[in-house]
Design a binder for this molecule. Sequence first.
Ligand code: CA
Length: 244
Amino acid sequence: MLGRYAFKIRVTLETPAGAGPPPSILVVEDEVGLGRLIGRVLNEEGYEARLETRGDSGLAAALSEPPAALILDVALPVLGGLEVCRTLRQRGLRIPVLMLTARDSLMDRVAGLDAGADDYLVKPFAFEELLARLRALLRRGVVEPDRIGVGDLVIDAGSHRVWRGDREIALSALEYRLLEVLVRHAGWVLTRQQLLDHAWGYDAAHASNIVDTYIHYLRRKIGDTARTRLIHTVRSVGYTMRTR
Ligand code: CA
């Protein structure tokens, strides 16, 4: 069965999506052997692959932790691929979706595009083709604008995840909001009041030293040291985020 898939991998040294953590790709495919093979190929290309084998679990995985792109089989148990795709779009998820169809049927293709898929691939396919389509989808940048970075720190404004280098950093909701404001305004000096307004989000009755307290937490969590500092204090004004 798997022998039908041309297994000739060109080893590329380019990173799939530039700097930052490896883009995570969710594969929803009920042919477990094929799913694992796709996963392995993606890993070798520098992606982080997750595999689900049913439509309903694939949908749940995509909603709870949105991947950079979704590779979605059409014929799946419990919930079909078209339904998964439609539901994702209804929930406002704009991640690129590459559908895998069993045959080159015009109806499948039209239905896939109507359900909100971005592209499709007919089985059996060559992995090089899969990778090329995936790169094209990621380059279109449906999700990329959500990823913003300063130095080696990257935030994903869609999923509220944060990385420094390869390390993912867990933040509270408030810490995340504070960090996002700083990252979005990198290079600008923000006053404590501006940070309060943005991160706390109401006419904050807090003393401005709460900002200092949270900046302290953030610096510790993102591993700011004298040598790697990203959050800089601007004396008697506030804070700024920059690499130097
Ligand atoms: Ca299937």
